[in-house]
Design a protein around this ligand. Structure first.
Ligand SMILES: [Zn+2]
Length: 132
């Protein structure tokens, strides 16, 4: 029973514990870890979570860019395609790098240097931006 209340007792008694292994900390009051191994373990775990997330998102963005790259001819830098077709290629409309709204009020959504604009419910125009 006492075990259940240990974190509370520690808090009340101002007993600090290692952020990684929860063992009691002795010494300096600004200490967060009991040893270097725990510090490394804790930080690696934090970083691996965020880098896995970032890797997934970056893969989606890279795939989106590759799809647009394959569809936009180098000469004209423009193409049009059905939204349905973009989806069948695996384009994910939820992920973009940035957007631009032209003076005429049209918004283009970009994955790096390639962008699209929805013309209506069925068609998209694809563009390549000359300079970023
Ligand atoms: Zn520790």
């Amino acid at each position: 029973m006492l075990y259940l209340f240990e974190p509370l007792i520690n808090l009340l008694m101002d007993i600090r514990t290692c952020l990684d292994c929860q063992s009691k900390l002795l010494g300096r009051t600004d200490k967060k870890f009991c040893c270097d191994a725990c510090r490394n373990n804790f930080n690696n775990r934090l970083n691996s979570d965020s880098t896995a997330q970032m890797r997934n998102i970056h893969n989606i963005l890279r795939k989106n860019r590759r799809i647009l790259h394959d569809l936009v001819p180098t000469e004209s830098g423009k193409a049009s395609i059905t939204t349905k077709k973009l989806i069948t290629f695996g384009f994910n409309f939820d992920y973009i790098t940035h957007f631009l709204t032209t003076k005429t009020g049209n918004t283009y959504y970009f994955c790096f240097e390639y962008g699209y604009r929805k013309l209506d419910d069925h068609y998209c125009v694809l563009v390549k931006k000359i300079s970023v």
